[in-house]
Ligand binder design. Structure first.
Ligand SMILES: Cc1cc2nc3c(=O)[nH]c(=O)nc-3n(C[C@H](O)[C@H](O)[C@H](O)COP(=O)(O)OP(=O)(O)OC[C@H]3O[C@@H](n4cnc5c(N)ncnc54)[C@H](O)[C@@H]3O)c2cc1C
Length: 233
């Protein structure tokens, strides 16, 4: 199907994007890779009157360790994460899971920020962020804010982001020496959204006792879900 008419605006900076969003209000939508937004528009599940393209804003695409965190710039594509040597070496749960997300042509364009900001319980990356106890950094009309991942997903396609907020970074606690994880996805056929999925991250102490565990679930409720009782056990 063909989306309804919209005006296209190309943002040159975060401030420019926020100003455009303020001007056009709730009729505007940010677009990063467009690989969740455009399908929804084609199906007429979404009909924004203004698209604010943030994909060309400089400085929002990076994967780096800094301080106590792995920092992922919002515009980092899923392919960049899949092939990053740092991710493969120290945060393999991401590269393993991303291989199971859609297909290479989607991953080459779809961003990690868009995957999280979309608030779709069927997306794979939110469960990973729950398991890894990530923090979302957003910038909006009142400056920057940090949102713990457990407070980020509010409902079906609803998140803690206000209409003008831009997700700019995801911070994941730095990998500990004896830590690791895995993502298991049940899908009808290769490339499909998950029928269900589970991400597990564990950290062991020197004697091999589990010190920390995170378990995130994909597509088993209206929001990406933490398996609290499983973690307690
Ligand atoms: C055929 C197909 C199969 C797919 N299969 C899977 C799958 O199996 N698993 C999976 O996880 N995903 C899947 N996807 C979705 C894909 O991973 C998307 O690319 C991703 O979810 C969204 O990223 P994007 O950059 O394209 O976001 P966009 O489509 O640009 O945006 C998605 C939403 O987030 C908002 N948004 C985007 N970026 C920001 C930001 N920085 N700040 C605030 N709001 C923002 C937009 O306004 C929009 O509402 C599939 C997509 C397609 C087309």
């Amino acid at each position: 199907m063909i989306p309804s008419n919209f005006s296209y605006h190309k943002a040159t900076s975060i401030k420019d994007a926020i100003a455009l969003s303020q001007t056009h209000g709730e009729e505007a939508k940010y677009m990063s890779g467009g690989h969740s937004l455009l399908p929804m528009m084609k199906l007429r599940f979404a009909s924004p009157e203004h698209i604010i393209d943030i994909s060309k804003i400089d400085g929002l695409s990076y994967i780096k360790e800094e301080g106590d965190f792995l920092k992922l710039g919002a515009l980092t594509t899923q392919s960049e994460m899949e092939y990053s040597p740092l991710i493969k070496q120290k945060y393999a749960i991401f590269s393993d899971a991303i291989k199971l997300t859609a297909d290479p042509s989607v991953r080459n364009v779809g961003t990690i920020g868009g995957n999280i900001a979309h608030g779709d319980a069927a997306n794979d990356q939110p469960a990973l962020m729950l398991a890894m106890r990530a923090t979302i950094i957003a910038e909006g009309l009142n400056g920057q804010k940090s949102i713990p991942i457990d407070e980020f997903f509010h409902g079906f396609y609803m998140t803690a982001l206000e209409p003008s907020d831009i997700l700019i970074e995801i911070q994941v606690p730095k990998a500990k020496n004896r830590s690791g994880g895995a993502y298991h996805k049940v899908e009808r056929k290769v490339g499909d959204y998950a029928t269900a999925g589970v991400a597990v991250h564990v950290e062991l102490d020197d004697s091999g006792i589990c010190q920390e565990i995170g378990i995130g679930l994909t597509n088993v409720s209206a929001v990406p879900m933490r398996l609290d009782r499983g973690e307690d056990i």
